[in-house]
Design a protein around this ligand. Structure first.
Ligand SMILES: Cc1cc2nc3c(=O)[nH]c(=O)nc-3n(C[C@H](O)[C@H](O)[C@H](O)COP(=O)(O)OP(=O)(O)OC[C@H]3O[C@@H](n4cnc5c(N)ncnc54)[C@H](O)[C@@H]3O)c2cc1C
Length: 475
């Protein structure tokens, strides 16, 4: 294994559980890739370096088989996400769909009608969104329902359903996770899946931070004989010991570099054509007090989407798509210490926030992010004890999977959700025997779900060892 992100670790666990001898090489001093927790600002303040909120922790088929819920503590906030608007108003996406519809007033029925048919079949939505889209859908009716809603919210017709400001802003806030111009089919697809999870099993936050998810996999790997070697960057296959299978949790671009000597030219050209999207810039704060959100409900939500109305968010994402830094940016916020006191000293808090920027940006977004939070939480600045800022280039330096600061490791366009990184019913397997790719440059794409790693390992077990997938349950 090359790389110890959630997909590298899920692949490693699966191979070790099958009885194989597994070694993981990780370039960084600590394991976890996009799921790590560290003291970034002040002693005693534990920040999630990348992922913070885990809609897939309960919905992913891999984590369900691995029984993640029995291995770590996950808190499911009553409010999955909140969307502040000026004047102390807010759109509130409760875990409870009924309560959300009640709160939305004029748009309550529209919200309910849009989501209920999918929330009632959330496991079918998760099965489809967590698979390779090229596979024959197992639940065509649910996929058709989802497709109709994606067409509506991914097209200029997206305003026809709603009359108020809160509901469309809420939906735009989740769609914007995909870091692309809106409305578009890919942003609507990402947003609808996330929003369905928000009302189905919720958006959990792991006690102790995202690192807890990785540590659970590392414990299982070691218990089944696996080894992890840190501080070791692999730049060529020649640096690895002989192995019947090499599974890379790297970007598609790095696969092309590391395995250049053994991959066929046409495949290398396809990897070169795989494109990377726009980026993020992040700020982590240590706070003396909870964020003083103008809308009190927002003090108990796990995740917030800032930036104002649907029109404002669409305008700011269009700026990023055009290669500019918006004056009033979209900001994604997570406040884990509202649910997990272990993240900060007593009475104090950590806050995680990022914004969208053009790929390869070197702009420090600390002030832009702080100003956007202050807009909806007057007095926020007075609570800041310390902050740590990362621009898009630093995000990539930290983890080369995030090419140019693209945290999806490949633009999540419709074309690249179908051909990820190439068009294949087994996209984890390269044309060269024994070489596999398992990162989020493969289906089902970005997010902490471990599914790409699990699928790559399943393919390697079948093709290299003639084995079937092992039992992953906690023993
Ligand atoms: C700021 C940020 C916020 C995010 N927020 C969320 C969130 O809230 N929820 C969510 O679900 N997802 C979130 N994500 C996305 C999520 O973290 C990723 O989609 C996920 O971690 C991808 O997992 P992976 O295993 O494919 O790759 P990664 O997690 O990127 O891991 C790849 C690993 O491989 C190592 N590596 C790479 N190349 C080499 C090499 N040549 N030799 C040795 N080691 C190598 C890297 O150092 C890294 O440890 C976020 C990402 C970022 C950056």
């Amino acid at each position: 294994m090359v790389g110890s992100g959630p997909n590298g670790m899920s692949a490693a666990v699966t191979m070790a559980r099958a009885g194989l001898s597994v070694r993981v090489y990780e370039r960084n001093p600590t394991i976890g890739g996009g799921a790590r927790t560290m003291e970034l600002t002040l002693p005693g303040f534990w920040h999630d370096i990348c992922s913070a909120v885990h809609p897939m922790a309960l919905a992913s088929g891999f984590f369900r088989s691995f029984e993640l819920e029995k291995r770590i503590d996950l808190v499911v906030p009553e409010l999955s996400y909140g969307h502040p608007l000026d004047g102390g108003r807010a759109g509130l996406a409760w875990h409870d769909l009924d309560r959300t519809a009640d709160d939305l007033g004029v748009d309550g029925r529209a919200w309910d009608g849009f989501f209920r048919p999918l929330v009632e079949r959330a496991h079918e939505v998760a099965q489809f969104s967590g698979s390779n889209i090229l596979q024959v859908p197992r639940h065509p009716l649910t996929i058709a329902r989802m497709g109709m809603r994606i067409l509506e919210q991914g097209s200029p017709a997206w305003n026809l359903r709603f009359r108020g400001e809160e509901a469309p802003a809420m939906l735009t806030g989740v769609n914007a996770h995909a870091i692309r111009r809106m409305p578009s089919l890919s942003t609507a697809a990402a947003g609808i899946v996330l929003a369905v999870h928000g009302h189905a099993r919720g958006w959990p936050v792991p006690i102790g931070g995202s690192q807890a998810i990785i540590d659970a996999m590392a414990d299982d790997l070691r218990a089944h004989g696996g080894e992890i070697v840190t501080d070791t960057e692999i730049t060529s296959l020649a640096e690895l010991p002989p192995a019947r299978a090499v599974i890379l949790d790297t970007s598609a671009k790095a696969l092309g570099q590391i395995a250049r000597d053994v991959l066929p030219d046409r495949y290398l050209k396809a990897l070169d054509r795989f494109s990377y999207g726009n980026a993020i810039a992040k700020v982590d704060y240590a706070l003396s007090a909870p964020v003083p959100w103008a809308n009190e409900h927002l003090r108990t939500t796990g995740t917030l989407h800032l930036g104002g109305s649907r029109a404002e968010l669409a305008a700011s994402e269009a700026e990023v798509a055009a290669g500019r830094h918006p004056a009033s940016p979209y900001v994604l916020v997570s406040q884990p210490s509202a649910f997990d006191p272990s993240r900060a000293p007593e009475g104090k808090h950590v806050l995680w926030a990022y914004t969208h920027v053009p790929a390869g940006s070197t702009v420090d977004c600390r002030e832009a992010i702080t100003a956007q939070i202050e807009r909806f939480a007057p007095g926020f600045r007075d609570t800041i004890l310390a902050s740590a800022s990362q621009n898009a280039v630093e995000v990539e330096l930290h983890n080369p999977n995030y090419v140019g600061g693209d945290i999806a490791a490949g633009e999540p366009s419709i074309r690249q959700l179908i051909a990820r990184p190439t068009l294949s019913t087994d996209p984890w397997r390269t044309p060269t025997d024994g070489i596999y790719l398992c990162s989020s440059s493969t289906p089902p794409g970005p997010g902490v779900h471990g599914l790409a790693g699990y699928y790559a390992a399943r393919s390697a077990l079948r093709h290299e060892f003639g084995m079937t997938p092992p039992n992953l349950r906690r023993t």
